[in-house]
Design a protein around this ligand. Structure first.
Ligand code: AVJ
Length: 318
């Protein structure tokens, strides 16, 4: 039942494959160990990282409208949170929905039990009256297990979709549409194309947090796989192509070197200035957003923008 989006390969296997390939690459999904989670929390508070502020602004201005939309059939709904992060933004919605006495429950889904348990404990403390059930599960399996009950409103926020390549994103959305039930809604965030300098700054903050976030990938290889990366010899190098909308991050070896990785019983060879490709953060036009909805089997209900028009939260129906 897995697609190309989710694989069962281990960190070790993927690091071996990616660092012996040409060009070298390691997936951004491996950013998020405990340190990576913490660094991402810091990124969300950076002034250069406008994405979080934009989406928070949309949440604050649209929470009434969204509640009307979610319970338009006068019925109960489940708020199914994919990739809940720290729930800062989601808490704005939860608070409003509780105040308005909405008939809903909150279901954060994550494959990591740690992430789910942490978030559940956190929202329970903040909102004792909230009906919350953590689901330690793969996304699509969670959705299928919920079908046939009340309407599901699936949250896929923060432009997390942007970490997928275009074909991966379409495959993911199609599988989402297939696993959902008729009438279910998807609330999905997309970062939009804008001044290229603004975008590049978001991935190259002055305080160096994003640099540390990217380099943490090598630190993680050192910690978990007995790697011998000297972080001083790798630089964080982000790019943005205004034509394709692709923001990419690389780690560039500033010298020719060989790096031993104990757990892989191997040595990785780098030429001077050879790069490891670590992340894509795709930026979209509204036309691209609408096209993605259509080809993956959704109907666009409405778009919601921040004041600057930097970001869109789009509501789609299955
Ligand atoms: C969590 C995938 C939306 O791509 O903007 C932030 C991750 N990477 N800074 C993004 C990230 C570098 C972020 N997403």
């Amino acid at each position: 039942m897995e697609t190309t989006v989710t694989t069962n390969s281990s960190f070790a296997d993927d690091v071996r494959e990616g660092l012996t390939a040409s060009p070298k690459h390691v997936s951004s999904k491996y950013f998020y160990d405990q340190q990576g989670d913490q660094l991402f929390q810091q990124i969300m508070h950076l002034k250069e990282y406008y994405l979080t502020d934009c989406e928070l602004e949309i949440f604050q201005t649209q929470k009434e409208t969204w509640l009307d939309l979610f319970r338009e059939h006068g019925s109960a709904f489940s708020l199914v949170d994919f990739g809940a992060g720290d729930g800062l933004k989601t808490k704005v919605l939860l608070e409003h929905f509780l105040q308005a006495n909405a008939n809903f429950r909150y279901l954060p889904v994550d494959i990591s039990a740690n992430a789910v348990d942490g978030l559940v404990a956190d929202v329970k403390q903040a909102f004792p009256a909230l009906r919350v059930e953590g689901m330690r599960s793969e996304y699509f399996a969670a959705l299928r297990s919920l079908s046939g009950q009340q309407r599901n409103v699936i949250l896929f926020l923060g432009s997390n979709i942007g970490n997928f390549s275009h074909p991966e994103a379409i495959a993911f959305l199609r599988q989402l549409a297939d696993s959902a039930s008729k009438g279910d809604l998807l609330l999905i965030g997309f970062d939009l194309k804008k001044d290229p300098a603004v975008i590049l700054d978001a991935y190259n903050d002055a305080s160096g947090v994003t640099r540390a976030f990217n380099l943490n990938l090598l630190r993680r290889i050192n910690r978990e796989l007995g790697g011998h990366f000297d972080l001083q010899t790798f630089m964080h190098y982000p790019t943005y192509d205004p034509m394709t909308g692709e923001a990419r991050s690389y780690l560039v070896s500033t010298q020719a070197q060989r790096v031993r990785i104990e757990a892989l019983e191997t040595e990785i060879e780098f030429d001077a200035w050879e790069a490891i490709y670590t992340e894509t953060s795709q930026k979209y036009t509204l036309q691209e957003v609408e096209h993605m909805a259509k080809v993956s089997g959704f109907q666009v209900r409405r778009h919601f923008f921040d004041q600057r028009g930097y970001f869109v939260d789009s509501v789609w129906e299955v």
